[in-house]
Design a protein around this ligand. Structure first.
Ligand SMILES: [Zn+2]
Length: 159
């Protein structure tokens, strides 16, 4: 078995959609980035790549590539899973934590879990999605950014 961790942070900006865990969340701001800036999905993809000992998503999806501008980050997760599949591994389980001061994330946790499970190719019971705030401390606590942590277990698909 292999385990990997992932972390990502994006600045909040006006005039963009807020997409977290593949779910569009109504908010007066979104996250800045080359893709859809879904930091939760990026952290998960990085946890898979990390478990495989591969470079991070910036290597596979460089922000200088105009062909992937605005890309749906579920595609980034699917690509990471296919890199695992090619190497004889499947996703065992994923757990992740979103750190966001606002908006209220709780109503969207289950839709995120279902969307992420679909992209990961596993039953939703193998995906944990949690959300917390930074209690108004630091930049995240002041709403200037949203961050995410993820951990992933990969299991051999053969034998
Ligand atoms: Zn990112």
């Amino acid at each position: 078995m292999r385990v990997g961790t992932g972390y990502d942070i994006h600045r909040t900006v006006e005039g963009r959609k807020l997409v977290l865990g593949g779910v569009e969340i109504p908010a007066p701001f979104g996250l800045d980035g080359h893709s859809d800036a879904d930091c939760l999905s990026h952290a998960i993809a990085d946890s898979i790549l990390g478990a495989l000992g591969l470079p991070d998503i910036g290597y596979y999806f460089p922000n200088t590539d105009p062909s992937i501008e605005g890309i749906n980050s579920q595609e980034i997760i699917r690509k990471s899973v296919s890199l695992a599949t090619e190497r004889g591994y499947g996703v065992g389980n994923v757990d992740c934590t979103l750190v966001a001061e606002k908006p209220k994330i709780m109503p969207y946790l289950e839709p995120m879990r279902a969307t992420l499970a679909d992209s990961l190719g596993v039953d939703p019971s193998f995906v944990g999605v949690k959300a917390t705030t930074n209690e108004k401390t630091d930049e995240i606590g002041q709403g200037l950014a949203i961050a995410a942590h993820a951990v992933c277990l990969l299991v051999p698909t053969s034998e």
